[in-house]
Ligand binder design. Structure first.
Ligand code: ASP
Length: 485
């Protein structure tokens, strides 16, 4: 029989239907058996009574078995049915658990059996040991909360895609096997078998490629880009994470900020109508003011920190372009100049002469903006240096010799010198945005298969050793590990 999705079952009152899914809960009550049945679209109650041969099968069924269930759809008249209807009237939405009808089961087909799951699937796993959850991630993802997190992630991504498409953006992919770029973090490297003793680097972000797409005349690019940074895994960091990355030609800071603001507002109003944005247009605060008032550059400006549905977006602007590195052995000792955000940024127009002449370096303000939400940085970007001479000057302030500049950035300088339009962009930390929208505490709750705190993925058990043959093909020899002291 044709499959009916559980979400569509209410209109089938009086009809015989077949649903396919999982046994969520099984309750044996002697002469009767009750089930909560689940598919990706909802849950519904099933009952067996008065049919000894069906009841006999029913009593063997266990949670997480996969079944096709056929039966007649009956109206329910109990208290939960009443509450369900009231909820629907008040909110205009249906709950995941459909309670205005139930299925009187006449037939079961067992499609697959299941071992007893290591934790309950029919309740939130938020309090279960995370290592156990990650080891059994496919079970964890069956829970309603995790299903909802992933499905909302899809909806937000789709809304972004549709919006950016309407705005003339082109979704393009950039290489995963690429070259080390100076973006601040350590690179993940991949040995190149065909070029022995040479390595690709995994991208920390598509920064250079997206700028090169502006040189290519694409004018408006975006990508849900996977970024890899080999950093120590403090707190909520993941070795790989997702950015909504975009770049635009012929724009000012203002244009980029406005477009992003409009998109963020659209996400909230269309997909999170229960949430309230504290202030529109989003307030703007300078880096200096943020540091003075809040002691950090991602101020939490919420009026009420107990309200889970309050979203306080804020732009942080006017960042210094350069800062002195601090010697970790002697925090008082001022080191070399380093960039605060992105070496490819431009300064504010009034500071371009300083940039070109390498004067008053500490006072140069970058044409850069971060977007923060409830005390988290959820994105950042800048208008870029599109003049090769300006980029050269920035790189030389950062201490690169002419030779190194040519070696590492020759391609960028050539592209800029080949008719690159003025351009700028931004990247959102998409996992972090989803974490906040879904009221979760870590980004791992909104990523299907995250790594744990040690950077390991316990289910597949990666990273793992490779065979001697693989090492030989790559011309690699492993040094013995130093004993931990
Ligand atoms: N690529 C930058 C980053 O990852 C964002 C940007 O400037 O567009 O932080």
């Amino acid at each position: 029989m044709k499959r009916t999705l559980i979400k569509n079952i209410s209109v089938e009152k009086g009809n015989i239907v077949t649903i396919k899914g999982w046994i969520d809960v099984a309750r044996d009550q002697g002469k009767m058996a009750f089930f909560d049945l689940r598919d990706a679209t909802g849950k519904v109650q099933g009952v067996v009574f008065g049919k000894p041969e069906v009841l006999e099968v029913a009593k063997t069924l266990r949670p997480e078995w996969v079944v096709a269930v056929t039966g007649i759809v009956n109206e329910r008249n109990d208290k939960s049915a009443q509450e369900f209807k009231e909820h629907e009237e008040q909110t205009g939405t249906r709950d995941f658990f459909i309670k205005d009808v139930e299925i009187e089961i006449t037939e079961f087909e067992i499609l697959n059996r299941a071992e007893t799951p290591v934790f309950e699937i029919n309740e939130s796993t938020a309090d279960i040991n995370e290592e156990v959850r990650l080891k059994n991630r496919y079970l964890d993802l069956r829970t309603e909360r995790m299903q909802n997190n992933l499905r909302m992630r899809h909806k937000v991504a789709k809304l972004c895609r549709d919006y950016l498409d309407e705005q003339g953006f082109c979704e393009l992919e950039t290489p995963i096997l690429t070259k080390s770029t100076p973006e601040g973090a350590r690179d993940y490297v991949v040995p190149a078998r065909l070029s022995p003793h040479q390595f690709y680097a995994l991208p920390q972000s598509p920064q250079q490629y997206k700028q090169l797409l502006m040189s290519s005349g694409m004018e408006r690019y975006f990508q849900f880009a996977r970024c890899m940074r080999d950093e120590d895994l403090r707190g909520d960091r993941q070795p790989e994470f997702t950015q909504l990355d975009l770049e635009m030609s012929f724009v000012t800071e203002e244009d980029i900020m406005q477009l992003n603001e409009e998109l963020l507002i659209k996400i909230v109003t269309e997909l999170y109508p229960e949430k309230r944005i504290q202030q529109v247009p989003f307030p703007r605060i300078s880096y200096a003011e943020a540091m003075e008032k809040y002691g950090n550059d991602r101020p939490d400006i919420r009026e009420d920190k107990d309200d889970p549905n309050l979203l306080a977006f804020c732009w942080v602007i006017d960042f210094p372009f350069f800062e002195k590195t601090v010697d970790s052995d002697d925090p008082q000792a001022q080191g070399e100049w380093t960039f605060t955000h992105n070496p490819f940024s431009l300064s504010k127009p009034e500071h371009i002469d300083n940039l070109k002449n390498k004067e008053n370096i500490g006072d140069i303000i970058a044409a850069q903006y971060d977007i923060t939400l409830n005390g988290y940085e959820i994105g950042g970007g800048s208008v870029r240096a599109h003049d090769a001479e300006v980029l050269k000057s920035i790189l030389s302030i950062l201490g690169h010799s002419d030779e190194k500049i040519e070696e590492n950035f020759g391609h960028m300088l050539q592209a800029l010198g080949s008719g690159t339009p003025p351009h700028g962009g931004i990247a959102w930390g998409f996992d972090r945005l989803m974490m906040i929208l879904q009221n979760e505490k870590t980004i791992r709750e909104v990523i299907a298969f995250p790594k744990n705190g040690e950077g390991r993925e316990p289910m597949m058990d990666s990273p793992s050793a490779v065979s001697q043959q693989q090492l030989d093909e790559l011309h690699l020899a492993l040094k013995p590990l130093k004993k931990e002291s």
